[in-house]
Design a protein around this ligand. Structure first.
Ligand SMILES: Cc1cc2nc3c(=O)[nH]c(=O)nc-3n(C[C@H](O)[C@H](O)[C@H](O)COP(=O)(O)O)c2cc1C
Length: 168
């Protein structure tokens, strides 16, 4: 007898998490400087190509995120997609100690306060387009104002591990 492809997943969130973890993604950090204080929100839910005109990208943010409360009204958000070899930097920027996140991190700050991480795979400068309710997350659509590509290949997040791209 063949195994069924799908089954009910009950109310165990780990089953859902472990299944979703099999979906590979890049990882972004949304970062902004507000009055000299820098804030970072690391997100693997980030996606590009939601719309080309206007140019929209999206990110799902946990409603419990303290950082989101601080950055959601910023006029300009920096988005950096982590590059190959930036796994330790990613963990630092996602650490619980919010004050220590930017210690010894090489960044560039735009005129409007968008913060960009050096040596990332790509960068976007965005403004908030729309925020909607998505269960235990907020779904934020961001409008891309400017963009650039770095020299590094992107880091891949898969199975709760950092991976690298290889040609198939
Ligand atoms: C690899 C990775 C991916 C993450 N993806 C998301 C995400 O898509 N959305 C989100 O809200 N938080 C995500 N987080 C958690 C946040 O980066 C952050 O730790 C959390 O929001 C708590 O910090 P805060 O209260 O300062 O926001 C991710 C963390 C890691 C390490």
């Amino acid at each position: 007898m063949t195994q069924p492809k799908v089954c009910a997943f009950g109310d165990d969130p780990m089953v859902v998490r472990n299944t979703f973890a099999q979906f590979p993604s890049g990882v972004a950090v949304l970062a902004v400087d507000i009055g000299g204080e820098k804030h970072a929100l690391v997100a693997s839910s980030f996606m590009v190509g939601v719309s080309l005109e206007p140019c929209l990208v999206a990110v799902a943010v946990q409603k419990s995120s303290e950082t989101w409360g601080l950055i959601k009204d910023a006029g300009s958000l920096g988005v950096s997609i982590f590059g190959r070899g930036q796994g330790d930097l990613l963990r630092k920027l996602a650490s619980k100690d919010r004050a220590a996140r930017f210690e010894q991190v090489a960044i560039e700050v735009g005129d409007e306060g968008a913060v960009f991480i050096e040596d990332a795979a790509l960068w976007l400068e965005c403004s908030i387009h729309e925020i909607s309710d998505a269960g235990d997350h907020w779904m934020a659509l961001l409008e891309v104002k400017q963009l650039g590509v770095g020299e590094s290949e992107p880091l891949v997040w898969h199975g709760a591990k950092f991976r690298e791209l290889v040609d198939a």
